[in-house]
Write a protein that binds this ligand. Structure first.
Ligand code: HEC
Length: 258
């Protein structure tokens, strides 16, 4: 008798584990990719791959029960202001349609438990780290600024990623002001960036042609002056943006400023 019970419960556990996977294939795989995405596939999908989704869920919500609850709640009632994906990503993919009435809550709990157990794959996490490092290096290489400290953040980029988040709670009036600051900043820095590219090419060409460094001193001075100007625009953007935000909003965006 005892033995049959044990066998039964092992069988039930196996069935339970297998069920999560089958449910995910049935209800989610049409949009969310189940395998680790290649970097090139990230831009063309209908929805973020589960590796990325669960990476963000685990990053944003702490504790497995809370993570499950968040996922089930989101799937039944998707909401851009609660999304753990960046606001610009939600805009890119469109909001997830609600699965209310299509998948029961018990099934959703099984699905969530399965996803949290399997994702993100370790290879995905290392790929993501590599992409982030490369992006960071590329950004530094192309930076028109004199100071590239983490403590001088790119406010416009951070705002785009958090634009619709309930946690940040931007009002329409704030959004309008921030869009103006963003436009001024992007235009100012964009112009300088293009000039800098030309000047830096000139300097490199001169060295390749074995010319006297003195022949490019004028260009060097221009480069320095342009970088100074870009840095002033960057600082003004930080100061204008933080002036529009409340202290609480600044703390949401810049926890490392405390
Ligand atoms: C019709 C396409 C579609 C289906 C089917 C679908 N999703 Fe999504 N899902 C999306 C899109 C698009 C997003 C990204 C936008 C967003 O976050 O709302 C998303 C985002 C998510 C997120 C992240 C939420 C957040 O905080 O941004 C979770 C979790 C999620 N889906 C789980 C599931 C699960 C589990 C299933 C199956 C039960 C499923 N989805 C089925 C399209 C879909």
């Amino acid at each position: 008798m005892k033995r049959t019970l044990l066998v039964l419960s092992v069988a039930a556990a196996v069935a339970f584990a297998g069920n999560g996977e089958a449910l995910v294939k049935k209800h989610c795989a049409g949009c969310h990719m189940l395998e680790k995405p290649e970097p090139s596939e990230m831009g063309t999908a209908k929805a973020p791959p589960f590796d990325a989704v669960i990476f963000h869920v685990k990053d944003a919500v702490s504790g497995e029960e809370a993570q499950k609850k968040f996922m089930v709640g989101y799937i039944l009632a998707p909401d851009a202001s609660k999304s753990v994906c960046e606001s610009n990503k939600v805009a890119q993919f469109g909001l997830m349609p609600s699965l209310k009435g299509k998948v029961g809550e018990a099934e959703l709990n099984e699905i969530a438990a399965y996803l949290l157990k399997v994702y993100p794959h370790p290879e995905f996490v290392s790929m993501l780290r590599e992409i982030l490092t490369n992006n960071r290096l590329a950004a530094l290489k192309a930076s028109p600024f004199l100071i590239n400290s983490d403590n001088l953040p790119h406010m416009t980029k951070m705002l785009i990623q958090n634009w619709d988040k309930a946690k940040l709670g931007l009002t329409d009036e704030q959004k309008e002001k921030l869009l103006k600051i963003r436009k001024e900043t992007m235009e100012g820095v964009g112009k300088i960036r293009r000039k800098l590219q030309m000047l830096e090419l000139d300097v490199a060409d001169a060295m390749i042609e074995r010319e006297d460094p003195k022949s490019v001193e004028k260009q060097l001075e221009e480069i320095a002056a342009l970088k100074l100007e870009a840095t002033k625009i960057h600082l003004k953007c930080i100061s204008d943006t933080t002036a529009v935000l409340s202290e609480e909003q600044v703390a949401v965006l810049l926890p490392f400023w405390e």
